[in-house]
Every structure is written in C-alpha cells, then in structure tokens.
Design a protein around this ligand. Sequence first.
Ligand SMILES: Nc1nc2c(ncn2[C@@H]2O[C@H](COP(=O)(O)OP(=O)(O)O)[C@@H](O)[C@H]2O)c(=O)[nH]1
Ligand SMILES: [Mg+2]
Ligand SMILES: [Zn+2]
Length: 262
Amino acid sequence: MVTGDRVSVLEGQDVWTIESVEPRKTELVRRGRGGRNAKVLVANLDRVFAVLALGQPPVSLDLIDRLLVLIEASGMSPILVLNKLDLDGAPTMASEFKSLYEGIDYKTLSVSAVTGDGLEPLRSEIMLGASVLIGPSGVGKSSLLNALDPELGLRTHALSRKSGGGRHTTVSSRMIRLTGGGLIADTPGFSDIALWEVVPEELASCFPEFSGPASMCRFRSCTHVEEPHCGVRTGVEEGQIYESRYSSYLKLREEAVAAAAK
Ligand SMILES: Nc1nc2c(ncn2[C@@H]2O[C@H](COP(=O)(O)OP(=O)(O)O)[C@@H](O)[C@H]2O)c(=O)[nH]1
Ligand SMILES: [Mg+2]
Ligand SMILES: [Zn+2]
C-alpha cells in the first residue's frame, strides 16, 4: 500500500482492519537504474505538476524535458509550473518556455509564490482532485503550497549558498487536504529526480508529439536515432518536432541505454 491508495476498512473497537485495497486508477512510479527497482510512490493521482524555477536553481530545456519524461513514464500527463516569475529576466524566459511547451500541448503555468502572481490558475487545477508537485529541491514546491494555503505552514528552505541547490525538508509521506479544496501528496523522493530512470524502449512514448511522426518509421522497432526512413527524424527536419525536444530525447536515450547495460 502507498499514499493515495483507497481501502475498505473494517471498524473494530481498538483496531481498524484494512479489508481490501481498491484497484489503482493511476500510479506514479519511480524506476531506478536501467528501469529496474520500480517503486510506486503515490497512487490515484489526478494531476502531476512538474515544477521548475525560472532561475535559482537554474532551469534548462533539458531539465524540463527530463522532468516531463519521468512523469510521462508513469502514464500521466504533467502540467508544467514555472515558479519564481518575480526574478529578473523570468517573464521573458517564462513566455519562451510557455510557447514551446504549449506548442506540444503541455499546459504551462507561470507563477510566483512570493508575489502570488499566477496562483489562481494553479489553484483551480489543484482544487480538482489529488495532485503532487514534483521538481528539484529549491524550486519552491513547499512555498507554492503555503501560498495557496497559508494554514499549511510547510517548511521551506533557503537555497544553500554553496551549491545553489536546495535541501530536503520533507520527511514523512502523506496526503494534505488544502483548505480551499484538493489533495496534495507530500512524499520524500520527489526532489531527487537525478535518481529516476526510464527504460530505453519506453522513452519515445514519453514524448507525446513523436507518436504521429513515429507511425511513419519504416521499422516498427525504430529507435529514431539512425535508422533510415525514420518518421521522427523527418519530423524534426520538417519542423513538426522541436529540435530541443529531439536532442533531449537523444541525450536521455543515451543515458538510459548506458544505465540498462550496467
Ligand atoms: N524569488 C522567489 N523565491 C522563491 C519563490 N518560491 C520559493 N522561493 C524561495 O526558494 C527557496 C526554496 O523554496 P522551497 O519552497 O523550500 O522549495 P522546495 O524545495 O521545492 O519545496 C526558498 O528560499 C524560498 O523562499 C518565488 O516565487 N520567488
Ligand atoms: Mg519542499
Ligand atoms: Zn523512427
């Protein structure tokens, strides 16, 4: 059983007994090296937010794609949240990212936990069910939740000066009910995304916009790397697939193949 599981309980005098666990609607899975050691982190989530900061810690297309892929690998469609919109240069960056990612149908929200900018659209999404915020440490996940529901009082952590990265402050695993509505899973293990891996064979399916072009590949087992008559590579050449997405694919694929071989 994991956080988010729905169970039937038998009410006793002193102890309640779990009679059965309902089949899961969704599972958020973290896989280790080579796709092995899969671990279900949370069950029955409706939404997964991929949270990054528009600076501090620095963001890149590479990092965004990595995070989106890890979530897609569980069969869930992420919503991209770009926090720290108040920082210098952030609005320009935000609008560039937004046009790229909305171009491939990822809903993208730009927000600031500090100024409250953009929080309402985030709130309306969160109110709709059970969610989780995933992203590197220090991007402001706890700060955003506190801004949405000041009663939460989650601990936040100033960036450590040395690394520019954040530190873990979340310890136990639980579901939080927000005062305004919505459930949020608060689980350790959402920050160490460097430890998440994807199976090489499943990687292409984590890039939703590849699926149309991939149907044109000559070989059904095409890896879209160097095979002739590859629909994905044609898609890149013809501008239907962004080059940054394809290069993220190649990079992640190389890593996944190397990890699987170990
Ligand atoms: N400038 C700015 N700083 C923020 C914002 N949100 C969070 N922070 C800061 O970023 C640091 C990490 O925030 P925290 O919520 O602990 O990040 P988490 O590790 O993702 O939960 C803290 O010092 C926050 O004060 C924001 O919107 N703008
Ligand atoms: Mg936190
Ligand atoms: Zn191909």
